[in-house]
Design a protein around this ligand. Structure first.
Ligand SMILES: Cc1cc2nc3c(=O)[nH]c(=O)nc-3n(C[C@H](O)[C@H](O)[C@H](O)COP(=O)(O)OP(=O)(O)OC[C@H]3O[C@@H](n4cnc5c(N)ncnc54)[C@H](O)[C@@H]3O)c2cc1C
Length: 435
């Protein structure tokens, strides 16, 4: 079950939500969607849009925005972002398909945010990639080459341009890619949930304990059950908990972590300089993501750990917080008194080959699970497209989604844990100052 892995700054700095509607007793519906993250919210909405007379139940173990959908760094990324590649890119046709899917997600979210006036600090300002080490600079050169080959616009930034944006002279080189959107992620998903069509019933704080696959499917919760002939799984890394669905041997639940400072004072803002709002992705995928928010807070994200139990200890959070402090101090030596108000962890769902188990996995059971770490765009488009697929629609985007690789099988334990942990440790060492 999703746990309290630290206190997430994005969620905690929003006003407290209205009391949750939890499930009591038995509910029947035409559709049930399990998980109200990006994928589940998009799937429930799209089913409701396409079938206005159908009843749809959307169920989540926690409040909307409490899980990874509200814990991420808020980059809605349009370009290829292969975490296993040192230049983020792969081959041209694969990259073009990924861009099309991601832009489909951004278009859909832009439409929803604008139509429903969702207050989520939506900023179409692109992202900066920052390099600190020679291998980071080389990775940016390769990324630039890949983008040129794809005819994608970008701007190379020297060290003084990087300082003008970020206020720090830590970065030796950078690259600005204009298509990414930055958001306050918890505000985005809360806004999406608050504006769902009327034929969607949302139950929060309602963990699903077991699933019976059949006619209908039966989802058993603490105080009730949901019966529906068709089900969409959008519970990401947690899908492995339901052994009969076959995800356990294919998904890799990996944690990553964020910390958020208090707002900088006017004097600290002057000390720092730079622009009021920017988002930086490290040149090395194992490095540190940094965002400066319009309200003067700074968010740091780094560290990856393999946690199949989907829960991290207080001790781990303390270690990560100390690592975040070190990364912060290296970048912002002019801000010695600035501490973090919040530190948290969240579960990513990866597969060994970057594949995705999208589609019908059993009669009447559809999967939009596993976004390989990039759920703001990929989760949204997986959710939207799984609804269209389940209703028999056809489109170019859906064909692209169906062509994506299926997830590779994991080796058995203890080899899996040993392999993933040693790879993460080795890559973290290689990242050097990019961390
Ligand atoms: C620190 C951090 C930074 C990140 N930064 C970015 C970023 O900048 N850009 C980006 O694109 N991605 C980022 N990610 C990844 C992104 O958050 C995920 O890929 C995304 O949330 C996946 O969306 P999802 O809807 O598939 O799954 P989730 O958001 O994980 O939603 C799954 C939902 O299922 C619910 N659930 C699980 N089990 C049950 C159950 N038994 N019963 C009921 N409900 C259940 C959970 O409570 C959860 O709400 C980041 C992640 C983290 C942790």
């Amino acid at each position: 079950m999703p746990q309290n892995d630290g206190r997430c700054g994005w969620y905690e700095t929003l006003p407290a939500p209205l009391p949750a509607q939890t499930l009591q007793g038995e509910v029947t519906a035409d559709w049930v969607v399990l998980g109200a993250g990006l994928a589940g919210l998009a799937a429930a909405r799209r089913l409701a849009e396409l079938q206005p007379h159908a009843s749809i139940v959307l169920v989540d173990a926690r409040r909307v925005g409490f899980g990874a959908a509200g814990r991420n760094s808020g980059f809605i990324i349009d370009l290829p972002h292969d975490l296993n590649s040192h230049s983020y890119t792969s081959d041209k046709s694969k990259d073009r398909n990924v861009i099309q899917l991601n832009r489909g997600a951004i278009e859909y979210l832009r439409h929803l945010v604008t139509t429903h006036a969702i207050q989520c600090d939506w900023r179409e300002q692109g992202k900066i990639h920052g390099a600190v080490e020679p291998h980071g600079i080389y990775a940016l050169e390769m990324f630039a080459k890949g983008l040129s080959a794809l005819n994608e616009p970008y701007r190379e930034l020297g060290s003084s341009a990087m300082k003008a944006i970020t206020g720090t002279d830590f970065y030796l080189a950078g690259l600005h890619a204009p298509g990414a959107v930055l958001v306050q992620p918890a505000a985005l998903v809360r806004g999406l949930a608050a504006t769902l069509p009327e034929n969607v019933r949302l139950f929060e704080d309602t963990p699903v304990r077991s699933i019976g696959i059949g006619k209908p499917h039966i989802l058993v919760t603490e105080r009730g059950q949901i019966k529906a002939p068709r089900m969409v799984l959008a519970n990401n890394a947690y899908a492995a908990q339901f052994g009969q669905l076959g995800f356990r041997s294919r998904l890799l639940p990996v944690y990553t972590y964020g910390s958020l400072t208090r707002p900088l004072s006017p004097v600290e803002k002057t000390e720092l300089g730079g622009e009021d709002s920017w988002g930086l992705i490290p040149a090395d995928p194992m490095g540190t993501t940094v965002r400066r928010m319009g309200d003067g807070r700074i968010c740091i994200r780094n560290s990856f750990t393999f946690d199949p139990k989907l829960h991290v200890s207080e001790g781990r959070l303390k270690e990560v917080r100390a690592a975040h402090q070190r990364s912060f101090a290296r970048r912002f030596p002019m801000l010695p008194g600035v501490d973090f108000e919040y530190t948290w962890g969240g579960a990513l769902c990866l597969t060994r080959n970057g594949g995705t188990p999208f589609g019908e996995i059993a009669p009447g059971v559809y999967s939009a699970v596993c976004q390989n770490g990039l759920g703001l765009a990929r989760g949204t488009i997986s959710g939207k497209l799984i609804a269209e697929y389940a209703l028999g629609f056809e489109s170019e985007l859906l064909s692209i989604m169906l062509e994506q690789a299926k997830p590779a099988c994991n080796p058995p334990e203890p080899f899996l844990g040993l392999g993933v942990r040693s790879t993460l440790a080795w890559k973290a060492r290689q990242a050097g100052k990019e961390l």
